[in-house]
Design a protein around this ligand. Sequence first.
Ligand code: NAG
Length: 459
Amino acid sequence: MLLEIVIALVVGALLYQFVFRRKDETLPMGDGWWGAGQRHDDENEDIRPFTIETSEEELNDLFHRIDTTRFSDPLEGSRFNYGFNSNHLRKVVSYWRNNFSWSKQLEILNKYPHFKTKIEGLDIHFLHVKPVNLPAGRKAKPLIMVHGWPGSFYEFYKIIPLLTDPASHGLSEYFEVICPSIPGYGFSEASHKLGCNSVAVARIFYKLMQRLGFRLFYAQGGDWGSLICTNIAQIAPSNVIGLHLNVVFALSPKLPVVLSVFLGQHFPGLFGFQDEDVRRMFPFVKKVFHQTVKESGYMHLQATKPDTAGCGLNNSPVGLAAYILEKFSTWTDPAFCDHEDGGLERKYTLDDLLTNVMIYWLTGSIVSSMRFYKENLGRGIGKAKHDKIPVIVPTGIASFPNELVHCPLLWAKQKHHNIVSFNYMPRGGHFAAFEEPEILAQDIQQFVKKVEQKLECNK
Ligand SMILES: *[C@@H]1O[C@H](CO)[C@@H](O)[C@H](O)[C@H]1NC(C)=O
């Protein structure tokens, strides 16, 4: 009897999909201007080389603030379960103050060419890394890679060589990589106007790629980068050859998705669930619902009162480090909550983690980075036009086991109508490029090969 009800529901769901599904449409490109004051259209469109530099004064100010930090003692035995453990924070801060060499990190940061250019009233920062030892007759594929929060372009430093110099790493596809900073993050100017959301940033990055002469390109992203790249594919589907994501936001009220939540554990086959999907998603209340509530407090704050929540962080480097690095603990592996040191150095070095914090600190960009949640989620989740429009460009999904919310193929398909690769990655969490550059690079490579083969066949 139960099976019959299930079959009836699924047939109903398919009919519903078939009858009510919206016709494919593209997202309007729109237009915007986010500079200070009155709009002016005589913008200088030069692409200017940029080098990250820091003054003695800025560093002395940082050290002074670190030295005058007030710590609170952690609860005994709390490890990382109450947030960043302050005993461990003291150790991280001592390393920052006494061992971390900013001048060494600056050298690393500046080893790739940086640029800035004005788009829609904002000075947009980006890395532009050309292929190394490109064999004669081969063409590198342009690839835009977009970071998220609380990350930065620095997340891509270990994956860039795997993509621009593949031969030295046993890989074959050559890329020319563009990593922009989202407006209000790091060295990209923050919007001065309300409403600079993911679609506006997608348009700005699309304009950036056009300005650089890349009519056709690939796009890759996780976190906000995933949404921004998806939006680029929606506003300019004929310019994006392929879209590769390591996070998919596909919360959907569609019937098959809803049914899969209730019935997927017992009838996985009906929803195309693999054992791995069941392992990652069920029991649903514990693995998805509780986990989401537990980990999303920051999002509610940032999507409602970012300026209040960010005020203290922009004044205290130690507060900022705790706020940012806690995410690099829990979002890398939820089990790291039970480690005294948050497991931070299991996957990252303190040098890399603190470099990302320094990018936020020196640019004073934490508040503007937090505002992006308000611009995108302030009116409710799933309400924007882009949420309701499918993505038609070839899409590849690398699904990492410790990602915050697992998105099975069935859910992803509701939005991405042309998925050419969907892989369960063997290890890794939310910061895929930063944590597991090799397996992410391999996944991007195999995806691009598949897309290129299809293009060949269709010629
Ligand atoms: C940090 O520097 C101090 C003093 O220079 C040294 O004793 C200590 O071993 C260093 N710690 C690390 C983790 O490098």
